[in-house]
Unconditional design. Structure first.
Length: 93
């Protein structure tokens, strides 16, 4: 099964979040909704993704200055997560 469309969707949603074209709630719903992808990946991927999304949600409750979670850093970590997920899926095929 090819997950290229799912990975493209997640990349597009990350780009939309960076450009402030989508809400954090919608972004998190999109990411969490990709259960087939998460099932295909080792368990640690779901754990790491959920940790990053949870930090983003927690960080959104505060101003950037008062929060220990940098939204930009978390978005960069999700981009790395996508790259690693893609590499892992290629190895599993």
């Amino acid at each position: 099964m090819s997950f290229a469309p799912t990975l493209a969707l997640l990349r597009a949603s990350l780009d939309a979040l960076k450009a402030k074209q989508t809400s954090l709630n919608e972004f998190c719903r999109t990411w969490r909704g990709q259960t087939a992808l998460l099932t295909a990946l080792p368990d640690r991927y779901a754990q790491v993704m959920e940790d990053l999304l949870g930090r983003m949600e927690a960080g959104s409750l505060f101003t950037e200055e008062s929060c220990s979670f940098s939204q930009e850093d978390l978005q960069a970590n999700l981009a790395v997560w996508l790259d690693k997920a893609e590499q892992t899926l290629e190895k599993l095929q």
